[in-house]
Design a protein around this ligand. Sequence first.
Ligand code: 13P
Length: 257
Amino acid sequence: MQTMRKQIAAANWKMNLTYQQGEKLLDDILGESIKLFAHQQVIFAVPFPYLLMSRSEVADEYNYFVSAQNCYHKKSGAFTGEISAEMLHSIGVPYCVIGHSERREYFNETNAMLADKVNLCLENSVTPIFCCGEPLSIREAGTQNEYVATQLKESLFHLSAKDLKDIIIAYEPIWAIGTGKTATTEQAQEIHAYLRSVLAGQYGQHTADEVSILYGGSVKASNAAEIFACPDVDGGLVGGASLVAADFTEIIRSLKA
Ligand code: 13P
């Protein structure tokens, strides 16, 4: 690796915590005053109603940011209850998770729809944290590489190299999400290196080497350091363990220095 890629600990709170609990969790984590290096970032993907509060909590912290968990795939209009990328930008939200497996599964989000969301985010200066990852049946059939490559191709490969470099990718094997069953470090490294080779095939090695690829799926305080040490793993997207201050701070401390 030439210059160190961005190493990122991203919390995905999903639909958990009240406003007050969220505020206390941020206070507890930020109260640890973990100083980040220039190449390290911490991102909190919080529910929409907590974005402004969270943004002001991290405002004075170096390299701490907030993220939305989703946005709609249309620019604006009669879509009651939805949130646009432009709205996120207008309240100073710099990141948005796109295509989490729960959204793909429960809200029928397709690769084509996610391509539209990625475009709208980039048009509005919101950096997508683009999620990919295979279900258990695909892993058991041994076709996970083709599966994740198709997710990247259909949602990202229309982008220029310059835009691609602005994206964060999160590989989250669905069989490891919330199951306590983590990919082994060998499995994580292997597929992260593969994803990077797919990016290199389309955009060249130089561009591929600049894209941070996070691992998600049962990352815990106890396994984060081992997973993050893999050369092609650039941090994690963390669900359950991000809801406990002591666990998430340990995960932040596990980022490559
Ligand atoms: P868990 O860390 O709870 O397995 O969730 C992972 C995830 O889906 C993060 O987006």
